[in-house]
Design a protein around this ligand. Structure first.
Ligand code: ADP
Length: 637
């Protein structure tokens, strides 16, 4: 029979793995056992909704067998098995294994460690074997197939016989004394040693929910014959028994003080396919109205598809150690949808359906507690490890802001103290509490500004004005920011005011009067400018809040400039236009120039257009007619 070739990328990875001097070859066992457990899970869940399957949970197990003469280690399961097509598809390619992508990104620099951390599932078998044979029979089928491969050069598939459904993987363990063992320091013979294997199961697969069994032999004293003299020597016999190697206690059921950070991190990365350690771990046991264990992780990086529709939020839900659902969305509020983890409660029925779960009272209580737990853990992080919190916020802060906005702001009070914004005076992110606590008793508003970047906002005329007056301004650079801030309306009784809005005033009573007078004096010129600009602006006025800048645009209506940008950036829906006011710095020499041009209508018109053009650019808005502007400027030069 002709050999089939592995898909290109699988082959590459396989070669790399076989040839790497990799020091943690032992993880192959964890990978194969985890596959076996998944295969049993699949059949088990099928059985939950299909009574005809009729297999008891206690009938499921994983078996290890060793034949030292033949140098084989066999891992068998009575799970769902694979059809011929599945063998081909699943073992002929490295399907979704993320290790491959990561390796490419890293240019192969850290190949060895990456494989070490994640394994690549089934393929890791080749790290210790020179031949792998997989015999599988899919549940419900009479046909069985054998898949066999000696590594990178390809594989074969043939029909075979097999009693019962499931998969048996036979590894032909490599000989010791080959190049790799000497450098890696590990002995392949270990994988034929039952005590070593038992220790590996304990180390990596202890929490697997099905028994992992192996025949082990031990010496037991023989019972003495009734007539034997008292001092007759005790005789021993070798008893072979099928021993269960794993405790089957899942990690979340274990005591916190038995577990190390490494245990949590390893579990997280393996279970949730992440490359990086989580930023924080929450492990709790609740004993109140509902008893449950929860093990929750806050990832350190946004998953690739996080801000897309594809991302499915949810926590794995277990009833007494048995999984009911891989991702239960009802356990997590939308704003904490980045959290991953497991909830296990003995108060939930195993056979509960998805529809019923949604209305389950217990589940609602658990979800509420989990929400509180996550929030208080984040608050703790914010208080105790600011740097880490900032890193977290960089990744997931946007989700919290969406949370504030969502549902007409029903969660705003719940979430507001988790928000941080860049501060003009501190030059780093600050909380609203910190802002308010430090604010001058005279100041009764929280000032903020929106823009594309900290630099752009910092260059806004109004920011300059506010800083000169000694106000702290919060700089907001996410599109959602202003929507969230408007939803909050106020914090601790202090209203949020955008420094680019008409509401932002920096003047004392005297200054105000002075400004009103100046505006009145200039009213004719200002009206002419407004006429020239037509519908582009609602109003043209003199202001004192621009620092050293000549002109600026401010929002004159409900819709701000940043909101216009955000809404218009959306792929659907109608385009909108913010209502704008053109503000001219009353203390800038440009005012004199305008006055001087007052008699020359044409010149004043040109000035008006150029001022408006500049103001748009400073606000980060596109120029409406760049060619015309270019001509006008040259003309005046
Ligand atoms: P992963 O487990 O990450 O999907 P693997 O390379 O370990 O990647 O396995 C590929 C696929 O092969 C699995 O997703 C599963 O569908 C199938 N498979 C592996 N081992 C078994 C098994 N013991 N029983 C049934 N299917 C299996």
């Amino acid at each position: 029979m002709a050999k089939r070739q592995f898909k290109a990328e699988s082959k590459k990875l396989l070669e790399m793995m076989i040839n790497s001097i990799y020091t943690h070859k032992e993880i192959f066992l964890r990978e194969l056992i985890s596959n076996a457990s998944d295969a049993i899970d699949k059949l088990y869940y099928k059985g939950l909704s299909d009574q005809t399957i009729g297999i008891q949970r206690s009938d499921y197990s994983i078996r290890l067998d060793v034949d030292t003469d033949a140098r084989t280690l066999t891992i068998s399961d009575n799970g769902i098995g694979m059809t011929k097509e599945e063998l081909e598809k699943n073992l002929g390619t490295i399907a979704k294994s993320g290790s491959m992508e990561f390796k490419n990104e890293n240019n192969g620099a850290e190949d060895v460690d990456i494989i070490g951390q994640f394994g690549v599932g089934f393929y890791s078998a080749f790290m210790v074997s020179d031949k792998v044979t997989v015999v599988s029979r899919a549940f419900g089928s009479d046909e069985a197939y054998v898949w066999e491969s000696k590594g990178a050069d390809g594989y074969t598939i043939k029909e075979t016989e097999k009693d019962g459904h499931g998969t048996t993987i036979t590894l032909h363990i490599r000989e010791d004394g080959t190049e790799e063992t000497e450098e890696g320091g590990e002995s392949y013979d270990d994988y034929l040693n039952k005590y070593k294997l038992a220790a590996l199961v304990k180390k990596y697969s202890d929490y697997i929910a099905y028994p992992i069994r192996m025949e082990m032999t031990r010496s037991v004293p023989k019972a003495k014959a009734p007539d034997a003299p008292d001092d007759a020597p005790t005789e021993y016999e070798q008893v072979t028994e099928l021993r269960t190697l794993n405790s089957m206690v899942p990690i979340w059921r274990k005591n916190k003080n038995e577990l190390t950070d490494e245990d949590y991190n390893n579990y997280y990365k393996e279970r949730f396919f992440d490359f990086a350690d989580p930023i924080d771990v929450i492990h709790t046991r609740a004993e109140g109205q509902v008893v449950y264990d929860a093990l929750l992780f806050i990832p350190s990086k946004v998953p690739m598809n996080y801000y897309s529709k594809e991302y499915e939020k949810g926590l794995a839900l277990y009833s007494n150690g048995v999984m009911i659902m891989e991702k239960c969305p009802d356990l997590l509020p939308e704003y904490f949808s980045f959290v991953r983890g497991v909830v296990d409660s003995e108060d939930l029925s195993l056979n509960i359906s998805r529809e019923m779960l949604q209305h389950d009272r217990q589940l609602k209580i658990i979800a509420k507690n989990i929400d509180k737990k996550i929030k208080s853990q984040l608050e703790k992080l914010l208080k105790e490890d600011r740097e880490k919190y900032e890193a977290f916020f960089k990744e997931f802060g946007m989700q919290l802001k969406f949370g504030v906005y969502e549902g007409y702001g029903i969660h705003k009070e719940h979430l507001q103290d988790l928000l941080i914004y860049y501060s003009s005076s501190e030059e780093k992110p600050v909380t609203l509490r910190e802002y308010v606590d430090r604010m001058d008793p005279e100041q009764d508003k929280i000032y903020y500004a929106c823009g594309d970047s900290i630099q752009q906002i910092d260059a806004l005329p109004q920011a300059d004005g506010a800083k000169k007056k000694g106000y702290e301004v919060l700089y907001m650079t996410d599109e959602v920011d202003e929507f969230a801030v408007r939803m909050m309306g106020e914090y601790d009784g202090k209203r949020f005011v955008n420094i680019s809005s008409a509401e932002f005033e920096l003047y004392s009573e005297d200054e105000k009067e002075d400004l009103e007078k100046k505006n009145a004096d200039m009213s004719e010129i200002l009206a002419k400018i407004k006429d020239t600009l037509g519908e582009s602006v609602q109003e043209v006025r003199l202001t004192g809040s621009l620092g050293d800048y000549p002109v600026s645009l401010t929002s004159a209506g409900e819709l701000s400039i940043e909101m216009e940008k955000a809404i218009n950036a959306m792929p659907v829906g109608e385009k909108v236009k913010a209502q704008l006011a053109l503000e001219i710095n009353a203390n800038h020499e440009i005012v004199d120039k305008l006055k001087a041009a007052a008699e020359d209508e044409e010149k004043l018109g040109k000035y008006a257009k150029i001022l408006y053009f500049q103001a748009r650019l400073v606000a980060g808005l596109p120029a409406e007619d760049p060619a015309e502007m270019s001509n006008l400027i040259c003309e005046l030069m």
